[in-house]
Design a protein around this ligand. Structure first.
Ligand code: NDP
Length: 451
């Protein structure tokens, strides 16, 4: 048995209930076969077996009190996956679906994504099964403080630097950073996604969405195409989706969908700048439901269905698809319908939003398919820029950061294509992203010996 098959089998046996983690490991390792054949020294040093095992995974109790004085206990996680090329780095997710499998899959993906950014960052991820929906500000604050009361001992600016993810935005980062600062009596770059007044970087909130669109634009340009006058389907309506929508509008595309976990809206007249501002206010300030958009702008609202399901069932065409909500949101049936309706490009703002079967369909039909670890790397790349600014005790302008983000996304795109070609899979962004990210980390691991 090859080391790759052997490693996948071992993960499936040892982590048998961790479905998402197995999916991520299988997806990455299957594309690494040519690296194992070309670099026997990596096999000899056990790199493949070592890279699927986190450095450590911490699970902790998070007790907190609601506004009525009732005590609740949630489970907290931090998986420090790999710090071969820099401190552990990756977001914190607050969502009821969070468990060890989801945090491990995200942490594992993060290793390769961070390596692709060209910045010195290792891979990690954390979170809790806490559901922020319907909670008051005071409850969110008490939960964030309780979460940091344990997390603080595992992180540090040179050790592990968390950021936001689903359910964790500027408000939550503020509460967590405030508590860390209080108990450590230190103002350091221990979290990214901070507010501008206390060490944040301009463009960090925009970076994942902008970066995804920059990456899609690079893919389109390989076929002489761009966003102008293209119909674009975006899923989600959170941080990543909002700024993806904003950037697509600027690039001349027409966005016709967004969703949340309750409903999808289809606005065939296009979401323009004003409507995009409405979504931002609705989701970030009023914390409302996307169905309110349909009442405001008199468009279609499909309750209980996600974007890809709605496009499929109603036969709606999209030239470009940007899944920006959550993992496994887009299945084989959805992919089939997208392809049949003329979709030419899929760039993943979310992490692992397409199922393995959906990815196969995109690849078989020669769709420009940018996997999340490449397409959404702009977020963590700009977190890396925030860390640099914190270390230098200075801040760059909006234009400077945006320019660096654009350069990084172009260089990730280039690295993916070069590595895909080097390993015999020309034009395959999945192989390109996985092999390019992996080789950088693997070489560093090799240099350290067996540690
Ligand atoms: P947010 O919490 O800001 O937004 C998530 C959005 O997705 C919300 O609109 C949410 O709906 C919706 N959503 C969640 N689950 C479902 C579901 N099952 N069906 C339909 N819609 C759903 O998170 P982000 O925008 O930050 O993250 C989105 C994705 O991007 C995640 O996969 C994340 O890991 C990835 N990502 C994020 C980065 C970042 O910088 N924030 C960086 C790189 C990747 P509702 O409002 O109902 O909760």
């Amino acid at each position: 048995m090859s080391v790759i098959k052997d490693t996948i089998a071992r993960v499936k046996q040892m982590d048998r209930d961790q479905i998402e983690f197995q999916q991520a490991v299988t997806e990455v390792l299957e594309t690494l076969e040519p690296t194992a054949q070309r670099h026997p020294e990596l096999v000899k040093a056990g790199i493949y077996k070592r890279i699927v095992e986190p450095e450590r995974a911490v699970i902790f109790r998070v007790p907190w009190m609601d506004d009525q004085g009732n005590v609740h206990v949630n489970r907290g996680f931090r998986v420090q996956f790999n710090n071969a090329i820099g401190p552990f780095k990756g977001g914190i997710r607050f969502h009821p679906s969070v468990n060890l499998s989801i945090i491990k899959f995200l942490g594992f993906e993060q290793i390769f994504k961070n390596a692709l950014t060209t910045l010195p960052m290792g891979g990690g991820k954390g979170g809790s099964d806490f559901d922020p929906k319907g909670k008051s500000d005071a409850e969110i604050m008490r939960f964030c403080h309780a979460f940091m009361r344990e997390l603080f001992r595992h992180i540090g600016p040179e050790t592990d630097v968390p950021a936001g993810d689903i359910g964790v935005g500027g408000r939550e980062i503020g509460y967590m950073y405030g508590y860390y600062k209080k108990i450590q009596n230190a103002h350091t770059g221990v979290l990214t996604g901070k507010g501008l007044e206390y060490g944040g970087s301009l463009i960090r909130p925009e970076a994942t969405g902008y970066g995804t669109v920059y990456f899609a634009a690079e893919m389109l340009s390989t076929r002489g195409l761009d966003f102008k006058d293209k119909t674009v389907a975006v899923s989600g309506s959170g941080n990543v989706a909002q700024y993806a929508v904003e950037k697509v509008i600027r690039m001349g595309g027409k966005v016709i969908t967004v969703c949340d976990s309750s409903a999808t809206i289809v606005d065939e007249s296009g979401i323009d700048r004003d409507k995009c501002c409405y979504i931002m206010d609705l989701k970030n300030n009023r914390r409302g439901r996307i169905s309110e958009y349909a009442s405001e702008y008199n468009c279609v609202c499909c309750e209980g269905e996600n974007v890809w399901e709605v496009l499929r069932k109603q036969g709606i065409k999209a030239d470009i698809a940007l899944p920006c909500a959550t993992q496994n949101e887009l299945n084989a049936e959805d992919a089939d319908a997208l392809v049949k309706n003329g979709c030419i490009c899929v760039a993943e703002g979310a992490n692992m939003p397409s199922t393995p079967e959906a990815v196969r369909i995109f690849q078989e039909h020669n769709i420009l398919y940018g996997p999340g670890k490449a397409a959404n790397a702009g977020g963590v790349a700009t977190s890396g820029l925030e860390m640099s600014q914190n270390s230098m005790k200075m801040s760059w302008t909006r234009e400077e950061v945006d320019q660096r983000l654009l350069i990084i996304m172009k260089s990730i795109h280039k690295a993916c294509l070069a590595s895909a070609e080097a390993y015999g899979k020309k034009g395959d962004y999945v192989t390109g992203a996985n092999t390019a990210g992996f080789m950088k980390v693997a070489r560093a691991m090799l240099a350290y010996g067996i540690v």
